[in-house]
Write a protein that binds this ligand. Sequence first.
Ligand SMILES: Nc1nc2c(c(=O)[nH]1)N[C@H]1C(S)=C(S)[C@@H](COP(=O)(O)OP(=O)(O)OC[C@H]3O[C@@H](n4cnc5c(=O)[nH]c(N)nc54)[C@H](O)[C@@H]3O)O[C@H]1N2
Ligand SMILES: Nc1nc2c(c(=O)[nH]1)N[C@H]1C(S)=C(S)[C@@H](COP(=O)(O)OP(=O)(O)OC[C@H]3O[C@@H](n4cnc5c(=O)[nH]c(N)nc54)[C@H](O)[C@@H]3O)O[C@H]1N2
Ligand code: SF4
Ligand SMILES: [Mo]
Length: 681
Amino acid sequence: MSEKLTPVICPYCGVGCGFFIKSRNGKYVGIEYNYEHPVNKGSLCPKANDLSFLNSPDRLRKPLKKTENGFVEISWRDAVKEVASRIKEVVKTYGPDSVAFMASAKCFNEENYLLQKLARVLGTNNVDHCARLCHAPTLIGMGRVTGVGALTATFEDIGNSEVIVIWGSNPAETYPVLMGQYILKAKSRGAKVIVVGPVKTRTAWFSDIFVPIRPGTDIAVANAMMNIIISEGLYDKEFVERRVEGFDKLVEVVRKYTPELAESISGASAFIIRQAVYTMASSRKGSLLWSMGVTQHIVGYRNVLALATLAALLGWYGKPGTCVGGLRGQNNVQGACDMGALAEFLPGYVRVTDDVGRSRIASLWGVNELPSNVGLTVPCIFREAESGKIKAIYVMGENPVVSEPNSTHVIEGLKKVEFLVVQDIFLTETAEHADIILPAAAWAEKEGSFTNSERRVQWSFKALEPPGEARPDLHIIVDLAKELGLERYFPYTTPEEVLLEINKVIPSYAGITPDRLKRTLGGIVWPCPTPEHNGTQVLHVDRFRTPTGKFMIIPVEHQPPAEVPDDEYPLILTTHRVVGIYHTNTMTGRSASVSKRWPEAEALINQSTASRYGLKNGDVVKVVTRRGEYVVKVRISNSVIDGVISVPWHWGANKVTNDALDPEASTPEAKVCACKVVRLG
Ligand SMILES: Nc1nc2c(c(=O)[nH]1)N[C@H]1C(S)=C(S)[C@@H](COP(=O)(O)OP(=O)(O)OC[C@H]3O[C@@H](n4cnc5c(=O)[nH]c(N)nc54)[C@H](O)[C@@H]3O)O[C@H]1N2
Ligand SMILES: Nc1nc2c(c(=O)[nH]1)N[C@H]1C(S)=C(S)[C@@H](COP(=O)(O)OP(=O)(O)OC[C@H]3O[C@@H](n4cnc5c(=O)[nH]c(N)nc54)[C@H](O)[C@@H]3O)O[C@H]1N2
Ligand code: SF4
Ligand SMILES: [Mo]
């Protein structure tokens, strides 16, 4: 049979690149570029260029059950029966809040929608996903001040900006096509790029101004920037007057944050902070973008408030050529949040505590009532598993044993629960603890919609046949719901049927129908309220979506990280990503070209720090924190500031990271803790 080309959306990051899968007899043979695709215009980063993990012999092919002799294959019928009966038993004995579900930013909107619906129809809001470790502070912070948690505009607007501030983010490695197609193109047209963070990353190499700061000192720097902007009258007075509320309170709070105070807290010189401000204030057409360097802190939510406000002073909202917010990480983390796979939100960001919104959804679903108590977030699911409150966990497409900070406690929790189901495409470190493992079809072996970082909803078509008996997550959930006696709420056989329900439940998706999506290359950007509407690229054009219609300033103060260096643990540990490896490496680790090029972790250590410990390139060290030890190879690099060690977390570093939580967003502080290093050889 000849080769076939099928249009798909990339399964890795939130840029949402489109390309073709090349297949023969339903098997993956390679990819082909799609030069027409409006997001990436043909380009792809190293990860999408080699998707051979799809053909890996390690793919799960049959449901597995744990026995005394290890995992044994069982039939789908027996697997679904057992999962349903064990969940029913736990619900009957301990109540619905003793079960927790983890949804997946790797799965389609339709699949996430169904999993959260299943949890809620069963009677619990214990459904959450990796957005909690990621952009929950952005979602909640931007939601408070602008009314919408998502990015305010599109990549095209970033490309049309005159100043681009990249704060705590390394798009050159983590959103490479956004970097190449938009940020660098803007720079080549004259835009200025400013980078703020503790590591002179590949992104920082391309910057006009790099502001090097100690991890966890962002608020001090942002407040000092606002102090300069206000005291020197550099703010957009018309915008602030007309569209912003709370300016006077801000003036009070930032008054004491002089650039010199910020220098003493952050290590960045007052001079460079001023230079950055003058460049930012040189244009009213700017973008301020952030990701994990900002959110993964106990002050993640407050960091977001500070940065969003900084952009408001500059008037960078509501017009083309401006874009503010958190660059979404996973290919469908924006969508999984939109679908309500979050402990405190139903689909469309209706708070579970909002009686009116909740009853609207209950009546659309045909249920009498839905639970109104806020559910457990991802980190709290494992804490409560350890404490004995959570008795059963259903994990779809996440690998918390590797991705969760202070992961030893995750393992303790998983060992303690009475029943654990893991639904994945591989037998992950998390699946090793499962009672039942369900083999899922990978994204290219099924179809559905993904929502990228821009709020762009796109259809990804089915290109391949799943291996063995692996099945689409959607079908697994529907079968399980039937076995649980909930079939009347789950009358679906296709993702299209589910999307039509989503169109009714979520107003901003109302016009994003399956037919339209399938024929629109590049998809539709929400909000799209009607089938005739073309989508909305720029938010907040006339008014913010807050109760008053204005940007609501909430001033914030600097607060040090949960752990700061001391005599015993004198260094700061932070974590980062590398371009060729994705997260817990289940997929990239099985794609030959990238796994060969990026085979292992390397800890970046500054030359002065290294000299103090007698370390040289290639030495092996033990990174020790209050939570454990992690053995890693050293790479001397002056890209990190003195006293900081930056370790990629893909290969298991979460044994040592800190799980102190942001009180508002419940996001762990994966980006700072205190550590020491011990040379091994
Ligand atoms: N190749 C690849 N790409 C990915 C992913 C992947 O695993 N691999 N994951 C995707 C996902 S889910 C996400 S969320 C994104 C994340 O994308 P990024 O946030 O860009 O990724 P990180 O490298 O984790 O962190 C970014 C930067 O934050 C800096 N940083 C650390 N602490 C601080 C601090 O206190 N303040 C400031 N200002 N900066 C700090 C680090 O030095 C690092 O350079 O990437 C997405 N893209
Ligand atoms: N120290 C530190 N820790 C971090 C971070 C950090 O910066 N530093 N970043 C955090 C962030 S931002 C994130 S987003 C999380 C990510 O944390 P996770 O979401 O737990 O990590 P992934 O490896 O992406 O897990 C996705 C799983 O889904 C499986 N999968 C892929 N496709 C499918 C499918 O179609 N169906 C099913 N059922 N399964 C599928 C994959 O094999 C994999 O096991 O990690 C967090 N952890
Ligand atoms: S930039 Fe992101 S979406 Fe594009 S090819 Fe790379 S991983 Fe995929
Ligand atoms: Mo993420």
